[in-house]
Design a protein around this ligand. Structure first.
Ligand SMILES: Cc1cc2nc3c(=O)[nH]c(=O)nc-3n(C[C@H](O)[C@H](O)[C@H](O)COP(=O)(O)OP(=O)(O)OC[C@H]3O[C@@H](n4cnc5c(N)ncnc54)[C@H](O)[C@@H]3O)c2cc1C
Length: 511
């Protein structure tokens, strides 16, 4: 039996989800204005059971929670940690605390979290509790149309920053422990073999942002093309944005500040590296893209299970081969750059955009694998797994959105362009470390005498290519052309564009 705590007036429960910070946290600020506050973070086994969840993400969350608990403590607010189904935990806490309001950010998640939110909303109505869900990142609920979304994004997200409440009045916690951080294994969450990982927490987020804007980001526009230069040249803010140790608004305001600095320095004739302007512009654009794709999931919450374009539901149907899938998932496809990218992301949780796009494109258009397990494997590998961006991008790269030109990559050309010396390949595919250029990019062409002198044998020490890309890509193109011969496909594309497309640059065909 839950023991009731002596009744307190107007207790406000702040439910933290993917927003693990105290600054720029509107639900916390609003709650603090209304009454005594108590915080809650919920480990939900049902959501943690998803194939995209990995221990590394949970460890990042735990580090962020430890910092959040301390930051809230400094405000006089306790953070409760609980494990269980949302309605059950909330019901038990309601009996103990009698809170009148739940405050949270509106969560943009896949179907399970959407269903969880519906159940919580039903429970709250029945219990006479007001659940206030506040949007962030410019995501709208409901979103009747996309017409003014892009134009409005900067204004909505650029609203003044919300400081942490000066000192909130903390509500008395229920009797018993506040709840401890829970290890992934205790929640049944498995761990990929990682060699390193970005640390969680607000302090790490701001330090990452500082080093990007003061030094690392100067050549961002060019560096982002390759996983090698992108490692330090990209912002690396993605896990912080995904778990909310940094908000989209904080990132946008920081970008404006840095853009202003660079602009003023240039006008004053002070020395400033000219590459900053283009790099900051590119970064700024990507902050908007992130929210654009999250809105797509909000408007189509089954993005992880069905194509957004109904006409492509049967694309590549029946072609998935378990042996090809196993080779891809192990990073043993016989294409060195593909294998290096996959092994890198499995071990570190990060890859640059182009390499992520290439992995999905090659897996689907070239290896003919089903996009769902590919998306699940990569989602689990990414430390920054953000369902809205992730599934929108997986579908786009797999050609299931129907409003972008599909990009089919030549895996060997990508290797030669992005990793001309084979440095990245040799780091992640040590079997090839003795091969010189150009054979590190195409080990199957190593001349027999050279192979003999190096003690290397293609097919024994490293797999032969899984497929002939020219042939499989030709098959993919032929299937696509056949599908596109049906006018219904174009009508559906127009519908997808109207409902989910960006209004920045409509493709001429549908204008
Ligand atoms: C198949 C695929 C899956 C992806 N899955 C995720 C994911 O789960 N989580 C995630 O955060 N990003 C995802 N991305 C987008 C992008 O690759 C990553 O945001 C980026 O590589 C993260 O590194 P960064 O923070 O250094 O990025 P930066 O290049 O420094 O970009 C800054 C921020 O902008 C946003 N962003 C950058 N590129 C994009 C883009 N193309 N679309 C939308 N937002 C963007 C991200 O929030 C990122 O943190 C995916 C891309 C592809 C092709």
């Amino acid at each position: 039996m839950d023991e009731p705590t002596p009744r307190q007036a107007d207790v406000q429960l702040v439910w933290f989800k993917r927003d693990l910070r105290v600054r720029d946290h509107l639900p916390l600020t609003q709650a603090a204005r209304r009454g005594p506050v108590i915080g809650l973070y919920l480990y939900e086994p049902r959501l943690l059971d998803a194939p995209e969840v990995d221990a590394a993400q949970l460890l990042f969350i735990n580090e962020s929670l430890a910092e959040l608990r301390a930051a809230l403590g400094a405000l006089g607010v306790q953070l409760l940690l609980r494990v269980g189904r949302a309605v059950e935990v909330l019901g038990a806490l309601h009996t103990q605390l009698g809170f009148t309001h739940i405050w949270s950010h509106l969560e943009v998640g896949v179907w399970e979290s959407f269903q969880r939110d519906r159940a919580v909303a039903r429970w709250a109505r029945a219990a006479g509790v007001r659940w206030v869900e506040l949007p962030q990142g410019g995501v709208r609920r409901p979103n009747p149309d996309r017409d003014d979304w892009a134009a409005d994004w900067e204004r909505v997200v650029g609203q003044p920053m919300i400081p942490a409440p000066a000192r909130a009045v903390g509500a008395r916690p229920p009797p018993g422990p506040l709840g401890a951080l829970v290890e992934p294994a205790a929640l049944g969450v498995g761990a990929l073999a990682r060699v390193e990982r970005q640390p969680g927490g607000e302090a790490a987020a701001w330090e990452t942002l500082r080093t990007f804007f003061t030094a690392r980001g100067v050549n961002y526009r060019a560096d982002m093309a390759s996983p090698l230069s992108g490692w330090t040249g990209c912002s690396r803010l993605s896990p912080h944005l995904a778990f909310g140790t940094l908000s989209a608004r904080q990132a946008l305001h920081a970008t404006w500040r840095r853009e202003g600095q660079v602009d003023r320095a240039r006008r004053a004739g002070e020395p400033v590296d000219p590459r900053w302007e283009a790099s900051l512009r590119s970064f700024h654009k990507r902050l908007r893209w992130r929210c654009h794709f999250m809105q797509r999931l909000e408007d189509f919450p089954t993005l992880d299970r069905e194509p957004i374009h109904a006409g492509y539901a049967e694309l590549r149907a029946g072609l998935h081969r378990p042996a090809r899938w196993a080779a891809f998932a192990r990073g043993e496809t016989g294409f060195p750059f593909i294998d290096a990218c996959l092994r890198c992301v499995l071990a570190t949780g990060w890859l640059n955009f182009r390499a992520r796009a290439m992995l999905v494109s090659v897996a689907t258009w070239t290896f003919h694998l089903d996009w769902r397990p590919v998306g699940q494997l990569l989602g689990r590998a990414f430390l920054d797994y953000e369902p809205g961006i992730h599934w929108a991008q997986v579908q786009m790269q797999a050609g299931l959105v129907g409003i972008n030109t599909p990009r089919l990559y030549n895996p060997t050309k990508q290797a030669e362009d992005q990793d001309p010396e084979g440095v990245f390949i040799k780091r992640w595919v040590p079997e090839l470390s003795r091969l010189p250029v150009p054979f590190v990019h195409r080990p199957w062409e190593t001349p027999p005498l050279l192979a003999l002198s190096l003690g290397f044998q293609a097919g024994r020490d490293y797999p032969l290519p899984l497929v002939d890309p020219r042939q499989t890509q030709q098959e993919s193109r032929a299937e696509l052309s056949e599908l596109r011969a049906d006018p219904a496909i174009w009508r559906e594309s127009a519908r997808v564009l109207a409902r989910h497309g960006s209004r920045r640059r409509p493709p001429p065909r549908w204008r």
